[in-house]
Design a protein around this ligand. Structure first.
Ligand code: ADP
Ligand code: MG
Length: 240
């Protein structure tokens, strides 16, 4: 579904991505792990062109996204993104947060968008929060709304950038459970996370990133029990 070739991204003169090659197959859950500052967020942000890479290719549904004629709005509909800090609209209630893009960008009728939003709220376990404002929700609830909001656009891929890093520990599980059932429903997902238990259990493939390249990748059982690269060994030694 996504094929990344020799992707390079620098900010000013700092090379952050130094030639990333990666593939994401349909229905696959790819988990990206690695030390802080290694370029994980930059990589995810390049996938939906929140950052513009200087070199390389991102093939998505057979087209190179770095071609000049890429429709960015269409791309972002197809690649939903969930951020560490939720990014909900504070002055809109939960229902409005979820329906704003479907009605404004996809021109869905308000009735249809609302019905879909209520289904999605049910899916993330928040049927009773449709009329609440973000400030009235816990972090875990906010993040589940953010997931529902991304799903409302009916993306074909979901990108998650450390979705549980800003949460109090007791709320991590409820968000990971929503992600897990999404994975089980067949959603294609790219997940940057420090939750190694989730990676082990849910990932089809784990990419270990350090210094702007994918140092090692493999099935979770291989990466976690028999990492080959010394950088991976060192990282896992610190986090496990
Ligand atoms: P990670 O998500 O793995 O922690 P990031 O992709 O956020 O890593 O950052 C990788 C490097 O790129 C860091 O050194 C960071 O300071 C730098 N960086 C990220 N975004 C920007 C930006 N918009 N401008 C300048 N430097 C950036
Ligand atoms: Mg990051």
């Amino acid at each position: 579904m996504i094929k990344v070739e020799n992707l390079h991204k620098s900010f000013d003169k700092v090379d952050v991505l130094k030639g990333i090659d990666a593939t994401v197959n349909q229905g696959e859950v790819v988990v990206v792990i690695g030390p802080s500052g290694s370029g994980k967020s930059t990589f995810l942000r390049c996938l939906n062109l929140l950052e513009k890479p200087q070199q390389g290719k991102i093939l998505f549904e057979g087209k190179n996204l770095l071609d000049a004629d890429t429709n960015i709005n269409e791309l972002r509909q197809k690649m939903g993104m969930v951020f560490q800090n939720f990014n909900l609209f504070p002055h809109k209630n939960v229902l409005e947060n979820i329906t704003i893009s479907p009605t404004q960008v996809k021109k869905e009728s308000p009735e249809k968008a609302k019905a879909h939003a209520l289904e999605l709220l049910d899916q993330v376990g928040l049927s009773d929060k449709a009329d609440s404002y973000p400030s009235q929700l816990s972090g875990g609830q906010k993040q589940r709304v953010a997931i529902a909001r991304a799903l409302a656009m009916e993306p074909t891929v979901m990108l998650f950038d450390e979705p549980t890093s800003a949460l109090d520990p007791e709320m991590v599980g409820e968000v990971l459970n929503v992600m897990k059932s999404l994975a089980q429903s067949g959603m294609t997902m790219v997940v940057v996370t420090h939750e190694m238990g989730f990676a082990r259990e849910v990932a089809d493939r784990v990419l270990f990133m350090a210094d702007g390249i994918i140092q090692e990748e493999g099935a979770p059982e291989d990466i976690f029990t028999a990492p080959k690269n010394p950088r991976t060994q060192d990282f896992l030694g610190k986090v496990l």
